[in-house]
Design a protein around this ligand. Structure first.
Ligand code: NAD
Length: 453
């Protein structure tokens, strides 16, 4: 049978693949902030490697990707389709203001059961924190002894760069990734010091107060050519100086703020309301949580950083400027309450006031009894593996911001002037089409008229 010609009626468009280096050797994962999320991630990777558990929630490990037409029946696993590092090739290090190794820190975080932790104890205990770059003014509710000293912020950046080089050498890693799992820092806005690499470097030597500790890790990583992902809502790499450095040094960046519990549900529900032209009067979200993250967010400065990240989601998904009758004046409130008895097992309530045909009001209540770090850990894994893919890809490595990884973030970074995509399903399509594009497979448009010719 002759091959069907591609036409405007097909649901795919042909791509040409681009060069990607094979993931040879070990991949070093460097984590500023060895708290609940980081330890749940590392303990989980080891448990999966040892066959004690499954990597549930990870798209790179469990996901598939459809290729070609629906009639082709080609849906390989994502990790078989693109050349990702294997879990056995991951090696870890981290920084924290506390001296606990990963086993002790995981036990204190109280996310995973002691029985599981004990099975991976020798490995977890071997990951010890390096001295942190820390400034109490940026995270008011905590303080710890394991902190670097330096005359200027540039000196501190040099010390982090030395840590990075030391880890690369001692671990034998061929590639590195940094992923920020540290506390949420106080709210700051971009200033002149953030506008270019030159201004940023001058500010580092002058101890400018607008340079937060997370930015020092980011600067050190990018200077060493190491990609950087930001799991918190801090400004960190979302400033022109870091965009410039990332492009110059071909070190991909992405952020901000892992999309886990309540915001994940918001970005699943809100696109559904909009798809069916259902109106919104208000969305009230409240949370109780009792882990250290909750304690840090009890400080108004850190909460403001988180609030900004959580609030922007609905505006972008619902596009009130396009649908003023449906979304022109809804009220959106987000509250986080530190409540120690719950530990990491957060409870998030959403009270959603919607309206339908002829304006008749309806209500939806969501009560999500979630586990924050259980939702965050597979995101950390996927980001590590995908950022490593990006640094091995000739097409992606020089772009700086990796917008295709928006899927994982509450407040996705984009090129200046672009609004972020928040709709989880658009984000997933963007991610998978990026993988198809890299491998020269047809992009999926879901048109599909050809099946009815
Ligand atoms: N758990 C989730 O679902 C989730 C979702 C989105 C974002 N986050 C963000 O991820 C981050 C980690 O969350 P967590 O629950 O693991 O918090 P956590 O408090 O358990 O861990 C954070 C760790 O960072 C350390 N730290 C703070 N400042 C540091 C610095 N400058 N250098 C090195 N270490 C530093 C703290 O000592 C602490 O051990 C937080 O910013 C949180 O807001 C978490």
């Amino acid at each position: 049978m002759p091959m069907r010609q591609k036409s405007a009626k097909t649901e795919t468009t042909k791509q040409h693949g681009s060069e990607i280096h094979a993931p040879k050797g070990k991949l070093g994962v460097m984590i500023p902030g060895m708290g609940a999320v980081a330890t749940t991630f590392v303990a989980g990777v080891e448990a999966v490697r040892k066959g004690f558990a499954k990597p549930i929630g990870s798209l790179t490990q469990m996901g598939t990707i459809r290729l070609g037409k629906r009639t082709d029946a080609r849906s390989p696993k994502v990790k078989e389709f693109v050349p990702l590092a294997g879990l056995n090739d991951l090696v870890f290090t981290g920084w924290d203001i506390f001296e606990d190794d990963m086993y002790t820190a995981a036990a204190k975080a109280g996310v995973l059961e002691r029985e599981l932790l004990d099975k991976v104890k020798p490995f977890l205990s071997s990951v010890k924190p390096r001295k942190a770059v820390f400034d109490h003014n940026y995270v008011k509710r905590i303080d710890g002894p394991n902190v670097k000293k330096g005359k200027t912020k540039m000196d501190l950046a040099e010390q982090v760069r030395a840590d990075i080089r030391e880890f690369k050498k001692s671990s034998g890693a061929t590639r590195l990734i940094t992923i920020w799992c540290g506390s949420t820092e106080t709210f700051i806005e971009p200033t002149a010091a953030h506008q270019s690499v030159k201004a940023f470097e001058k500010a580092l030597t002058q101890n400018d107060e607008n340079i937060a500790p997370s930015m020092i890790y980011a600067y050190a990583s990018l200077m060493e050519g190491v990609p950087f992902a930001n799991g918190a809502p801090n400004l960190t790499v979302d400033i022109p100086a870091m965009h410039e450095l990332a492009r110059e040094n071909q070190a991909p960046i992405c952020g901000k703020d892992f999309k886990t519990g309540q915001t994940l549900l918001k970005t699943i529900l809100a696109p559904g309301f909009k798809a069916r032209m259902i109106g919104l009067n208000g969305w009230f979200s409240t949370n109780i949580l009792g882990n250290r993250d909750g304690e840090v967010l009890d400080d108004p400065g850190s909460f403001k950083t988180k609030e900004e990240s959580k609030l922007s989601v609905l505006e972008h998904i619902l596009q009130p400027e396009l649908y003023p009758e449906l979304y022109g004046k809804f009220t959106h409130k987000v509250r986080i309450n530190y409540y120690p008895p719950r530990g990491d097992n957060k409870e998030g309530w959403d009270s959603i006031d919607i309206f339908g045909w002829l304006g008749y009001p309806m209500q939806i209540k969501v009560d999500f009894l979630c586990r924050d770090s259980i939702l965050a850990a597979p995101i950390v894994l996927d980001l590590v593996l995908f950022l490593d893919l990006a640094q091995r890809s000739a097409e992606l490595r020089g772009l700086g911001i990796q917008e295709w990884l928006s899927f994982y973030f509450k407040s996705p970074m984009t090129a200046p002037g672009l609004y972020p995509e928040h709709d989880l399903f658009i984000q997933l399509m963007k991610l998978k089409n990026t993988l198809r594009h890299l491998q020269g497979e047809e992009l999926i448009t879901h048109l599909g008229l050809e099946y009815y010719d």
